[in-house]
Write a protein that binds this ligand. Structure first.
Ligand code: FAQ
Length: 332
């Protein structure tokens, strides 16, 4: 549409868009937006959605082996929440004009990114605690500011997601606390899981600011509100007192607070490892993707049945459903 407009009309729309962003107002699906803004949102929101869906796997791995019925019920609910988060996010991306099956295909074909963190294995029960505490903790740090993202459907989806993520983080903390109050072997298992998840959780925030090609523009558009490094710093600040309360050691001998510059000093993050994982060569990349492909193929009959059912319904029934949905929207 933008291509067929006169330069004056386009400049006017751009000015309206810029004014909305400057006034901290929300951009909604029917508003005009620059193509690059739309593409950036589709990229970030679809990557985020894929992360939630692939993120079900490391924990799904422990549902049948959780140590009690209560732990099993909690873990099942958590994994189900992640599926829900994926759905909210795919729905938000769809408002930008990309179809859900296109996004799914990009994931299945290995052409889409998802968070690096989900390419690590979960060999022990303590990994469920470390994922909740560290991975959900990092997710909250990163995602609370996204509740104020300039694109309305994304920001609103994030509000619901963040509420659930804080439960997730607390359940992870509680798993680790229980282990830390248990036997020597349980304490060792908890510390070992923290050792393995700590550095990958710091990498979740993305590359350092001077190597982050998207940050400056995304911050100017108020999609991102803080830089990758600032959020990483905030996360470390959140972890330090919590690690003390748990009795675990964060596996970084250099970690200290620099009073003068008001920043955490850390050892160098292994960005080569991060790049390897992004390039598809992390410990679990191939497995995660194959598992998703298999699940997609196994679910083909459900999609076919749903399509056949929709086809069989009479036009009257279909229009009633449509009218119902419209009046629901009006009521909302
Ligand atoms: N993994 O220029 P930047 C969760 C890519 S959900 C993989 O800094 P940007 C819940 C980046 O896409 C976790 N790729 O990019 C849960 C870009 O690639 P591209 C997911 C990464 O977008 C818990 C390139 O590097 N959360 O955990 C990563 O400005 C437990 C350059 O980077 C979100 O997606 C990475 N870690 O900032 C579920 C939050 N980092 O496309 C289950 C929303 C960077 O240019 C169990 N997303 N890349 O080729 C964001 O906030 C941002 O997109 C960042 C990256 C901060 C992730």
């Amino acid at each position: 549409m933008t291509e067929t407009m006169t330069p004056d009309a386009q400049a006017e729309l751009q000015a309206e868009f810029d004014a909305l962003i400057a006034a901290d107002q929300r951009i909604e699906p029917r508003d005009w937006m620059p193509d690059a803004y739309r593409r950036t949102l589709i990229r970030q929101i679809s990557q985020h959605a894929h992360s939630e869906i692939i993120g079900m796997q490391p924990e799904g791995n422990w549902i049948t082996r959780a140590p009690s019925l209560k732990r099993k019920a909690i873990l099942m609910a958590k994994v189900q929440d992640e599926a829900g988060h994926g759905l909210y996010l795919y729905a938000a991306a769809q408002t930008l004009g990309i179809a859900r099956d296109v996004m799914t295909q990009q994931l299945i074909d290995g052409k889409a990114r998802y968070s690096s963190i989900f390419n690590y294995p979960t060999p022990t029960w303590a990994d469920m605690g470390a994922i909740g505490w560290l991975v959900d903790g990092a997710a909250i740090c990163n995602q609370v500011p996204l509740c104020r993202a300039s694109y309305g459907p994304y920001g609103r989806a994030m509000v619901r997601i963040c509420k659930e993520e804080s439960f997730h983080q607390r359940q992870g903390f509680e798993i680790l606390l229980t282990l830390m109050q248990g036997s020597e072997a349980q304490r060792e298992m908890a510390q070992d899981a923290v050792n393995r998840w700590y550095w990958p959780s710091l990498m979740m925030f993305g590359p350092p600011d001077d190597e982050s090609p998207n940050s400056a523009q995304s911050m100017a558009w108020k999609i991102k509100r803080f830089s990758n490094d600032d959020l990483r710093q905030r996360f470390i600040g959140m972890l330090v007192p919590q690690a003390e309360a748990l009795g675990v050691t964060l596996p970084d001998p250099e970690l200290r607070w620099d009073e003068e510059n008001e920043r955490w000093i850390t050892s160098e993050i292994d960005w080569t490892e991060f790049q390897e994982v992004l390039a598809g060569r992390g410990p679990m990349n191939a497995y995660r993707l194959q598992h998703r492909r298999d699940a997609h193929e196994d679910g083909a009959w459900v999609r076919e049945a749903a399509a056949a059912y929709a086809e069989k319904r009479s036009p009257r029934e279909r229009s009633e459903t449509k009218r119902g949905a419209e009046s629901d929207r009006e009521a909302a």
